[in-house]
Design a binder for this molecule. Structure first.
Ligand code: ADP
Ligand code: ZN
Length: 604
């Protein structure tokens, strides 16, 4: 049988169609051309070099900076019956010798290599004896000094072309701003490469952002929708990570802390549990994430604002790599806004740098406060056209109403002014609401004309108004002066009614409406089979010491649930079931399906 991209896709990977530009990319590489591939996380980059690796004669060499992931990647490929191996510094000398032997005997189709090893004399010597199918350079943005992940070792890849002329090279990355892209092309000498740009959109991620009022209760309510699922909760500080993890544990959630200050072996153990178990919640600082390739992270929650849209996009991007529905959820409040503004003002560097930081922060806050589609804001930020509202974010599904806040803002600003611009938000709101506090009496603020003029809004609504005015620069918070609220230049036109202020109405968000893009939630009637399939997968994974998703992705189990295959032929229709997995696990999963279905018939 001749080996073609389509036959490899079906027999080896168990998929029936190529996604997006995969086919075109694969055809280019199979034909011996160079390619540069920019595709969002979860877009299916791996297949773009794995399929040509099996179609072209010889061994494909994959350069990857993520040594920790090589083992999993190779395990995953071996499950598919692919002859894959890796060489990196974690290997013992005898394993290394064995792999070298297999390479020389032509028994390996895919070889993962760390970049620093590639051009070592011994390795060059080895590779020069082999027929090489292609070079794949994963995480290609690591070659860019402009990008955020620059790695010195990647610079060596500049010489790949000279050492191995005529061998096709495919560079892949999910980071794709114009400047990084150009640098990748220059450094890797990919001037003749076909460029495949796939945009930034992650259509399966649902974006939701809400005002913080009681963050912990809000988090709990959110987590209810994610029972028995894996996710990440990002917090700003190590202390908050530890406190939040401990508190979630008390509430009965399987939560673990992760930050750079933890003992390394403890940290590695936690990470391992997150990867290998089905439903662990990682509460983490941004130290956690790089190189986390777990496909079934179902949510990423932010209890604190990240510092830019780039950071938000990257962190939320860890959800839903398998293409199934996932949630990006965030709450934020006045404190977050003030903290970030403070950091930006104090950031070291030139005026120009500060301006850039301020621009980034404003863009992030703008996305938080926006009344229209969040995804449009995200995509436009990355320079991508997004003509239609997405239908899969909170503002699309529960359009917030806007209200004319001009008069309320005038009351607030006058109150700030009348109290001398020396008090924080709590006191100002107390005055507006006409509360009777010791502080108000002491300063005689019950005598002010603004005392008690704001009963039309509640305390939280006044606070939210303060936050929105701070975001817009109409108010500022003086960090040196006990967080006192102060007027700015931008207050004046508002006070004089020269401008109208339309704001987003904070509403208690009811139950989230489901989006047409997300696959349906599991029906209660599906639960026994779903659980049984996951148990079966877990048992097999434990026997082999691999993460469950290496056996089957959730998408495959979902498909089994939907199709209820009764025999091997029908099982082959399930996405992700190819020849090798059918042989290895088919009968066991078929038995589980038959058993659970029989049980439910008995009871029905
Ligand atoms: P990336 O490296 O771009 O983040 P992956 O290569 O890990 O993405 O692929 C993401 C997910 O999509 C994986 O679960 C993969 O198995 C799946 N996938 C990729 N291509 C296809 C396809 N053509 N059909 C079905 N699933 C696919
Ligand atoms: Zn939207």
């Amino acid at each position: 049988m001749t080996v073609t991209p389509s036959s490899v896709l079906g027999h080896v990977f168990g998929y029936d169609t190529f996604r997006g530009q995969q086919r075109a990319i694969i055809d280019a590489v199979v034909a011996g051309k160079d390619a540069l591939v920019l595709m969002p996380t979860g877009g299916g980059k791996s297949l773009c070099y794995q399929v040509p690796a099996l179609v072209r004669p010889g061994v494909a060499v994959v350069i990857s900076p993520l040594i920790a992931l090589m083992q999993d990647q190779v395990d995953g490929l071996r499950q598919l019956g692919v002859r894959a191996a890796f060489l990196n510094s974690s290997l013992a000398a005898d394993s290394q010798a064995q792999i070298e032997g297999e390479l020389q005997a032509g028994q390996i189709d895919l070889l993962y290599l760390a970049p620093e090893r590639l051009l070592q004399a011994r390795n060059l010597q080895l590779l020069s004896q082999l027929q090489i199918a292609l070079f794949a350079i994963d995480e290609a943005h690591c070659v860019s000094q402009w990008g955020h992940d620059f790695r010195q070792d990647y610079l060596q890849l500049e010489n790949l072309q000279q050492h191995f002329p005529g061998i096709p090279r495919i560079a892949l990355t999910a980071t794709a701003d114009e400047r990084t892209r150009q640098e990748i092309i220059d450094r890797l000498q990919l001037w003749h490469a076909e460029v495949f740009l796939d945009g930034f959109d992650r259509p399966n991620i649902y974006y939701a952002i809400a005002a913080k009022n009681n963050a912990r209760q809000q988090l709990l309510a959110f987590l209810e929708g994610h029972r028995n699922e894996a996710g990440i909760v990002y917090c700003m500080s190590r202390r908050k990570v530890e406190e939040t993890a401990a508190w979630l544990q008390q509430q009965g959630w399987d939560a673990l802390p992760y930050h750079a200050g933890l003992d390394p072996s403890l940290r590695a153990g936690y990470q391992d549990r997150f990867l290998r178990e089905d439903a662990v919640i990682m509460v983490a600082t941004i130290a956690f994430g790089m190189g986390i390739d777990k496909p079934d992270v179902r949510f990423v929650a932010h209890l604190d604002l990240p510092k830019s849209i780039e950071a938000y996009y990257q962190e939320t991007g860890r959800a839903g790599r398998d293409g199934l529905a996932a949630d990006a959820w965030m709450v934020y409040g006045l404190q977050d806004v003030v903290r970030l503004q403070q950091m930006q003002a104090n950031s070291p560097g030139s005026e120009q740098h500060k301006r850039l930081e301020k621009h980034k922060l404003d863009a992030l806050l703008g996305m938080c406060e926006v009344i229209s589609c969040r995804r449009q804001v995200l995509l436009r930020y990355f320079g991508e056209a997004a003509p239609e509202p997405c239908g899969n974010c909170d503002t699309c599904l529960l359009p917030p109403r806007s209200w004319d806040a001009t008069e309320a803002a005038q009351k607030l600003l006058s109150c700030v002014y009348r109290t001398g611009q020396r008090f924080g938000v709590g006191h100002v709101v107390d005055v507006l609401l006409g509360h009777d506090t010791e502080k108000i009496r002491r300063f005689g603020h019950d005598q002010l004309s603004t005392y008690g003029i704001g009963p039309e809004l509640t305390g939280p609504q006044w606070r939210s108004l303060v936050r929105q005015l701070v975001v817009r620069g109409v108010l500022r918070v003086d960090m040196e002066g006990f967080s006192a609220l102060q007027l700015t230049e931008a207050s004046r036109p508002l006070l004089r009614s020269e401008v109208q202020l339309l704001l987003r109405e904070e509403q208690e968000r009811g139950k989230r409406r489901s989006s047409k893009l997300a696959q349906p939630r599991l029906e209660p009637g599906d639960m026994p089979l779903w659980q049984a399939l996951r148990d079966c997968r877990k048992r097999l994974a434990e026997q082999q010491g691999v993460p469950p998703y290496v056996i089957f992705h959730d998408a495959s189990l979902r498909d089994m649930l939907r199709l209820r295959p009764r025999n091997r032929q029908e099982l082959l229709q399930v996405s992700g079931v190819g020849d090798s997995k059918l042989e290895k696990y088919g009968d066991q999963f078929l038995a589980v399906i038959a058993r659970v279905d029989a049980d439910s018939v008995d009871w029905g």
